[in-house]
Write a protein that binds this ligand. Structure first.
Ligand code: BGP
Length: 464
């Protein structure tokens, strides 16, 4: 008999996904285009095997079957997002009644099956009409988002009690405007910072609207991809590298979301390199007064950094990597399919930091999971035998358990994800689901990890 890992009563067990990654029906029932629909139509070759978001997992048509499956594999909660461009096709103005019906049906179906809906408002999917107006760089879009958020609270607030402003708001800024990976494929640090700042502002405005509506028993939070950042050594130059990476990748969203203000060191750094965003005088007060109730932590991998080996080319566009190099720790373990390091203790380090430096605010693991390619090779008796995924989840949960034992206010754990879903430029390359999806027939089959997850949830823990 091994050790027993029991979790607190009422612990959330479930998974997370998002509208653009599962709904499909991207051109049905009055949905407007978002930037991914548009980018795929324009440059399909940028997506793995040229598969776009038009069908995804077809949740739009199969939500009843899927919610039943969620229940079957032990979900008591599930996060998805509302597609802004489905609800308000132009981003502002008219509401699409068919979308209202769809989201009401999904929410009702989840509640009827004992699954608490966690609803996120934005998962990278800017309505195209608003992108044409400058997207997050434009303050009118910030206003439009606040109105959209208010509309969602009014429409669904009577049944949804867990709200999230953004999933990984740093991603549209960094991947879209700095590294050129996501649409609109721009490389410009200063513009990326403006985007990041405007999303923080948008969040504050949404929270303000949320508080004014005084929705009974409802909470609002944000979901951040946080990284434990480990320096190569204790040499001051390595420590400085880690500190800057932390300011840019963690504290840029953590501090304003929880403490209501930006770290002084971050402001000074940006000022020194002429990267400060445009701000209005009244923003500061707004951000200060509208902070979150709960934090979702997405954790996949740590960042390891060291002092730079070489001076950056002064004629190249300034990048975060002007301040540090990535460090490949000898002996690190990799998920080779995704190219991400597996380091389970990282989740504990992040959670303990939230406890010690961010007032032990209620939090939960909002994404954690393992994407593996060509999983059909593991099929035995018709089921994918994904023992590696069970192992991955277990080893992370042991560290979550330890953080809870040491007083961290962790409320739940959500796997990424319920069913193999569509992912941005990687499309269906890496499979993350507890349930597999046959891309040709759209047939769903529970994987070994799905059955295991059911037991985990039923026992509120596991023995290992
Ligand atoms: C997170 C995103 C998800 C999801 C996941 C897996 O960053 O919130 O949308 O996609 O990562 O990453 P990927 O799909 O890139 O392998």
């Amino acid at each position: 008999m091994g050790k027993e890992y029991k979790f607190p009563d009422g612990f959330w067990w479930g998974s997370a996904s998002s509208a653009p990654q599962m709904e499909g029906a991207s051109n049905e029932d009055g949905k407007g285009m978002n930037i991914y629909d548009y980018w795929y139509a324009k440059e399909p070759e940028r997506f793995y095997n040229k598969v776009g978001p038009d069908v995804a997992t077809d949740f739009y048509h199969r939500y009843k079957e899927d919610i039943k499956l969620m229940k079957e594999i032990g979900h008591n909660s599930f996060r998805t997002s509302i597609s802004w461009s489905r609800l308000i096709p132009n981003g502002v103005g008219e509401i699409n009644e068919k979308a209202v019906d769809f989201y009401n049906n999904v929410i009702d179906e989840m509640i009827a099956n004992g699954i608490e809906p966690f609803i996120n408002l934005f998962h990278f999917d800017m309505p195209l009409e608003l992108q044409k107006k400058g997207g997050w760089e434009n303050r009118d879009v910030v206003e439009a988002y606040a109105n959209y958020a208010k509309t969602c609270f009014e429409l669904f607030g009577n049944k949804v009690k867990m709200w999230f402003t953004f999933n990984e708001p740093i991603v549209p800024a960094a991947e879209g405007y700095l590294y050129g990976v996501h649409y609109p494929n721009i490389v410009d640090f200063k513009r990326a910072i403006q985007v990041a700042y405007n999303t923080v502002l948008a969040q504050a405005k949404a929270i303000k609207a949320f508080r004014e509506l005084k929705i009974k028993d409802a909470k609002i939070g944000v979901i951040l991809n946080l990284y434990p950042i480990y320096p190569r050594s204790n040499h001051p130059a390595d420590l400085k590298a880690a500190k800057i990476a932390d300011l840019l990748f963690n504290r840029s969203f953590l501090d304003p979301s929880i403490k209501g203000e930006y770290p002084t060191e971050l402001i000074e750094l940006l000022e020194e390199y002429n990267l400060l965003p445009f701000v209005e005088k009244e923003d500061k007060e707004l951000i200060k007064n509208n902070v979150i109730d709960i934090l979702g932590v997405n954790y996949y991998q740590p960042k390891r950094v060291k002092a730079k080996e070489h001076l950056p080319n002064p004629h190249s566009p300034i990048m975060p990597e002007w301040f540090f190099d990535y460090y490949e720790m000898p002996g690190r373990r990799m998920n080779v399919y995704r190219g991400w390091e597996i380091y389970e203790k990282g989740i504990y380090d992040v959670l303990m930091r939230i406890k010690n430096e961010y007032g032990n605010i209620p939090c939960f693991v909002s994404e954690n999971g393992m994407g593996v390619q060509d999983e059909e090779r593991f099929i035995k008796n018709g089921i994918i035998q994904d023992d590696y995924r069970i192992e991955f989840i277990k080893e992370h949960l042991k560290w979550v358990h330890k953080a809870i034992e040491e007083g961290c206010n962790v409320k739940g754990y959500h796997v990424w994800t319920f069913i193999d879903n569509w992912s941005w430029i990687n499309a269906f390359k890496n499979r993350y689901g507890l349930v597999s999806l046959d891309l040709k027939t759209l047939k769903r089959t529970i994987k070994k990890s799905g059955y295991w997850y059911k037991e985990l949830s039923q026992n509120n823990g596991f023995v290992d």
